[in-house]
Design a protein around this ligand. Structure first.
Ligand code: ADP
Ligand code: MG
Length: 731
């Protein structure tokens, strides 16, 4: 049968799930709404997220009460129905049956006794669980008042002697309350999967070419799908899991890397081979030695810029690792080669700060530099626009104002984007259109400027490989020498007085203090109230004229905000009470204390960012994490990690492990290019590394996937889900 014939035969894989026996239109609609699957093929791609081992029986004496699920075989000793406040209701008393609240069944094996509890199905279970009969009970044990029990266990008659064990591993599928109320319980889901499998298994076509299966020791897709749902044993489950995870990550990486390969083979880049006067004059007059990491990264960038291919590089480096210097030196490379560079920051404050620093660095180089933001006056703006157009302006620093339509460059060669996640995708696309025209090109195509994206949000390695799968990544993993790590302590808000005392001591030493309140949503009234109350409390403790306290939050007008911010930056105010607006940027080297209120409400990466605001000067600096009584045990553990380490990558990895990749700071907007079904970026770093390395090999051998043996890959990549936004063109 050829593929075309196949189209005319009825495909079960593509059939609506309502045709599975036991489903029907009503349940089908429910499953569609809750799980988002319409066809049998899609249903089969909903995998169990864990398995219950029903291949053994526990002895009651073995159970500690903390196990996930256990199965026991036990004899019923007694059964009792209880009414309100523990009164016993005799089974024969017809009048009182309505008052029954709970059925308690005591069971025993030869190792001990335990209680089975039912709040529902009482009549039915009472009738079934006759004393002296033996059943298999399956469920989650717990300790109640020091006694072992199981609430609503599954109850089955034991299998005949000899075939004693229930079938081994049982999958547990993702579910929702609506599904269960609609009758699609775990058991029913297993049955549906089994039925779908029976209908569809022979139709499932391999998605990976034979040679890839062999070289990576992967099992076939049919075997994998069958065993992911109904594992023959642990070993089969492992093989199935590995195959499906590899497949998922491999195609994701393949699609990302393919774009990168096409770009580096297809798009011409601006060639910048020269290290010239401007670069050297700054390099030789630096007030400090570059760190080894800074030097390495600059070399990596220069290699890209001279290669003739367009650079798309992500530069990761912790707060204070010296990314600005790398940006400036890269910009000078562009200038030395006859091009212009722009450096974009996400906020006005940051752009101003960058501009101040950068113009200082540029003084000796003779390269002209300007600042363009939303508040640049019309008059200045005209001058700047003209300078960019005629090329007299070498470097421009600014905000989104830089990418407005009326800004044109003579020859934009490099765009540096700081804190990229605050930039929208569309805005980045605009940048692309500002490169120089390709000479002699009748279609007026443009060279894309080299792009360097900088972020201080350490992104876990696996996530970077995925979200930025088609970007090259450089990491500054070394802080300039002499930085003392910020001392971090965790303290309960009941001990706030001690915190105030500490703040006063630091202020007496001439230092400044940040106090940050969570304001997850700027509009949340309660958060704003907390901030206001905290501010007033601090005003009371630190009264004028001895002290000056500034306050900044999102509800203020930009004038008020700027005024207060300036009071702190200039040193007039010793304390800045604020929401997380200070998270990005704001360089106040004299600030040595960061107090974070309700610290348990922040993500780890965010705490790390905030902490990075202090410790920029040479003084010893401190971060005080204040948590309140609502802090859970897990939240406490997370905060304790902050006290133990200042390594942003370790913190990011841990943050991802605890919260999953979707919620990570700095990635919420860019998001994952596709959603993962079985693999996890937090847990499957190893498989991801393998899949990426292997995808690279495949593409190196056949960049466009034209070889017949790769036809399957090309077919798979055409599917909608791999229609991934081309980050290379937009960042
Ligand atoms: P980032 O943007 O990575 O957070 P910055 O570029 O703002 O960090 O640098 C932080 C501070 O460290 C700046 O004051 C900068 O002048 C200084 N700095 C940068 N590189 C070095 C270095 N190699 N040695 C000493 N100080 C450095
Ligand atoms: Mg910076």
């Amino acid at each position: 049968m050829t593929e075309n014939d196949y189209l005319y035969t009825v495909s079960n894989l593509a059939s609506d799930i309502q045709y599975i026996s036991g489903v029907g239109p009503k349940r089908a609609a429910l499953i569609k709404a809750e799980l988002g699957v319409a066809t049998m093929g899609e249903l089969l791609r909903i995998y169990p997220y864990r398995y219950i081992d029903r291949s053994r029986f526990y002895r009651i004496s073995e159970i500690a009460g903390e196990e996930a699920y256990v199965q026991i075989k036990a004899r019923v000793v007694s059964r009792t129905m209880y009414g309100p406040s523990g009164s016993i209701i005799p089974p024969g008393d017809k009048k009182l049956q309505y008052a029954v609240k709970r059925l308690s069944v005591i069971v025993e094996d030869n190792s001990g006794q335990m209680e089975m509890v039912f709040f529902k199905g009482i009549k039915w279970n009472y009738a079934k669980l006759v004393p002296d009969s033996v059943f298999v009970f399956f469920g989650k044990p717990s300790l109640f008042n020091g006694k072992l029990n199981m609430v609503h266990p599954e109850v089955d008659a034991p299998l005949p002697e000899g075939s004693d064990l229930q079938s081994g591993l049982t999958g547990v599928y993702p579910s929702t309350e609506k599904l269960i109320n609609g009758g699609v319980t775990g058991k029913v889901m297993c049955k549906l999967q089994s039925a779908a499998l029976a209908l569809c298994l022979p139709e499932i076509r391999e998605t990976l070419p034979e040679y890839i299966l062999t070289e990576n020791a992967l099992c076939g897709l049919q075997y994998a799908i069958r065993n992911i749902h109904f594992p023959a044993d642990q070993y089969a489950l492992q093989k199935a899991t590995r195959r499906l995870k590899f497949e998922e990550l491999f195609f994701l990486q393949l699609s990302l890397l393919k774009q990168k390969f096409i770009r580096s083979h297809g798009n011409p880049g601006l060639t910048m081979p020269k290290v010239g006067a401007a670069f050297n004059s700054l390099y030789e007059s630096l007030p400090f030695q570059l760190t080894g990491a800074q030097k390495r990264v600059i070399r990596e960038i220069f290699e890209d810029m001279r290669s003739g291919h367009q650079m798309n590089r992500l530069l990761q480096g912790d707060v204070g690792s010296g990314k600005t210097m790398v940006a400036v030196l890269s910009a000078l490379l562009a200038v030395d080669n006859g091009y212009q560079a722009c450096i974009m920051a996400p906020t006005e404050v940051l752009a101003q700060q960058h501009f101040a620093n950068i113009s200082r660095y540029l003084q000796r180089t003779g390269v002209s530099c300007a600042l363009l933001t939303g508040s640049t006056s019309q008059k200045e703006r005209r001058v700047i626009h003209a300078g960019l157009q005629d090329g007299s302006l070498g470097i421009i620093v600014g905000t989104h104002a830089l990418i407005e339509d009326n800004v044109t460059f003579k020859a934009l060669g490099l765009a540096v984007i700081d804190e990229q996640h605050r930039f929208g995708v569309d805005q980045r696309a605009k940048l692309w259109s500002k490169g120089p025209l390709i000479g002699g090109d009748a279609l007026q195509n443009r060279f894309a400027p080299h792009v360097l994206v900088m972020t201080a949000t350490p992104i876990p390695r696996t996530l970077a490989m995925t979200v930025y799968g088609d970007l090259d990544v450089s990491v500054i993993d070394e802080l300039p020498p002499g930085r003392k790590p910020v001392k971090t302590v965790l303290i309960s808000d009941a001990k706030k007085a001690a915190v105030y005392k500490f703040m006063a001591k630091q202020i007496a030493l001439g230092r400044q203090v940040f106090v940050v309140y969570p304001l997850i949503f700027e509009s949340e009234k309660m958060d704003l109230n907390n901030l206001q109350i905290g501010y007033e409390e601090i005003l009371k403790r630190f009264p004028e004229p001895e002290y000056k306290v500034a306050i900044v939050h999102g509800q203020q007008s930009s004038d008020v905000k700027a005024f207060n911010m300036d009071a702190f930056v200039s040193g007039r105010a010793q304390i800045l009470v604020s929401t997380t607006v200070i998270e990005v940027g704001v360089d106040v080297p004299n600030a040595s204390v960061m107090v974070i209120e309700s610290a348990q409400r922040f993500g780890l990466s965010q705490l790390h960012q905030l902490r990075g605001r202090v410790g920029r000067g040479a003084d010893e600096s401190f971060c005080v994490l204040v948590h309140d009584f609502k802090t859970s045990k897990e939240a406490r553990e997370r905060l304790e990690l902050m006290c133990r380490t200042t390594d942003g990558f370790e913190i990011a990895e841990e943050d991802m492990r605890m919260r999953g990749p979707g919620d990570l700071e700095g990635t919420a907007q860019s998001g994952l290019p596709v959603s993962l079904n079985i693999a996890s970026l937090a847990k499957d770093g190893l498989v991801l590394g393998e899949a990426r390395a292997y995808a690279t090999r495949v593409l190196e051998a056949d960049p466009a996937l034209e070889e017949p043996r790769n036809a399957l890959l090309l077919k798979e990549l055409r599917k909608d889900k791999y229609n991934i936004k081309d980050y290379s063109r937009i960042s």
